[in-house]
Design a binder for this molecule. Structure first.
Ligand SMILES: *Cc1c(COP(=O)(O)O)cnc(C)c1O
Length: 355
């Protein structure tokens, strides 16, 4: 079986992990601050707050903005449920915007019409290695006085023009899940330039312990990252340039092999070249049929996001045709850092047969 993701931990991961173990620092420890500092600096932010997942980072970021119940936040519908979990818990209404048919990121032309007097924030999400068009989003945010949370879970090391993804808006979030460009197994990070927001995020991450231990003014989470995870994270961070080179190579190779057979995400926009965090393709057939046929040939794939506006848990009755079509026809192919060139050739051939 060719797995959809094969991670590569071939740098200093073992060395740093052993150092953390030898130092007896498994929970708290020096790697956490080192990882936070280096990561935040790399995306031109003042503060980094390491947490236990990308979902945790989003929960904290949404909570930290203190948006009142019944207010609205604009979110792409073509994204993961993690973006809206905490909004739903707080009674904030996510307002969904469709994806662009070629870039698959939030369609910036459709954002302004979704803004109402209740709108308080926008959450742009970079998709599969291609950044959203941030300038129009930031302009709207300024004009309507909206907060911005940038979900950069799929965009480590990516840039929008010359600025790093993760440097935009009030808060940005990252994930270090096993298939992300930096992994700690499970993990995440919030970055910001705002000292007060940073301090609020640290408090929310750590059960809202107050100045007096075990005395709480507010309800938080245990969303801490362990020193063991941070040790791996720091080593992974050092490997990021190699990781990105490999991902771009994988994307380019699949395109060469399959360009006439499937539709790829846009390769380049004025603001960025696709990093191919994962290589997604749209097939003329239903994606589920192609996935089943590939599975028969020993190849694991993943479906695209099931649009948020169609999630049973939300009970919405709206339609966003582009995202619905992306789900019906899209899947992503094995594209981990450890995926070999020979495997890519086998996958490409199997895709051609399956179509
Ligand atoms: C992976 C991902 C998340 C969630 O991160 P986890 O670490 O899996 O909780 C959030 N947003 C996007 C866009 C992601 O790709």
């Amino acid at each position: 079986m060719i797995p959809v993701n094969r991670p590569l931990l071939a740098g200093n991961e073992k060395k740093y992990l052993c150092a953390a173990i030898d130092a007896g620092e498994v929970g708290q420890g020096a790697f956490i601050e080192a990882f936070e500092k280096q990561f935040a600096t790399s995306v031109k932010r003042k503060y980094g707050i390491a947490v236990s997942s990308g979902t945790a980072a989003l929960d904290i970021a949404v909570k930290a903005l203190d948006i009142s119940p019944l207010m609205e936040v604009i979110v792409p519908t073509f994204t993961i449920i993690s973006c809206i979990n905490q909004m739903v818990r707080m009674g904030i209404r996510p307002v969904f915007v469709d994806a662009h048919p070629e870039t698959w990121t939030i369609d910036v032309e459709k954002i302004e019409q979704a803004i109402t007097p209740l709108t308080r924030a926008i959450m742009p999400v970079h998709i599969y290695g291609l950044p959203c068009d941030m300038d129009p989003i930031l302009k709207l945010a300024e004009h309507y006085d909206l907060k911005v949370i940038e979900d950069a879970a799929q965009a480590h090391g990516q840039t929008y023009y010359q600025n790093p993804c993760g440097s935009f808006g009030d808060l940005s979030t990252f994930s270090f899940y096993a298939n992300k460009n930096i992994t700690t197994g499970e993990g995440g990070m919030i970055v910001t330039d705002d000292a007060e927001l940073a301090s609020r995020c640290r408090t929310l991450r750590n059960l809202c312990f107050g100045a007096r231990r075990f005395v709480h003014e507010e309800i938080g989470w245990n969303y801490r990252m362990s020193n063991l995870q941070a040790a791996v994270g720091l080593a992974q961070f050092e490997q990021l340039p190699q990781t990105l080179r490999r991902k771009k190579h994988i994307g380019k190779t699949y395109r060469e092999r399959l360009d006439e057979h499937v539709q790829f995400q846009t390769h380049a926009v004025p603001h960025a070249h696709n990093h191919y965090w994962v290589v997604g393709v749209l097939c003329a057939k239903e994606a589920s049929q192609v996935a089943a046929s590939l599975a028969d040939r020993g190849i694991q794939t993943r479906p695209f996001f099931y649009p948020l506006h169609q999630q049973p848990v939300l009970e919405r009755s709206e339609t966003h045709p582009v995202s619905e079509r992306l789900y019906r026809h899209g899947l992503y192919l094995p594209s981990g850092v450890g995926t070999t060139d020979a495997e890519i050739d086998r996958v490409a051939e199997a895709v051609r047969e399956s179509l």
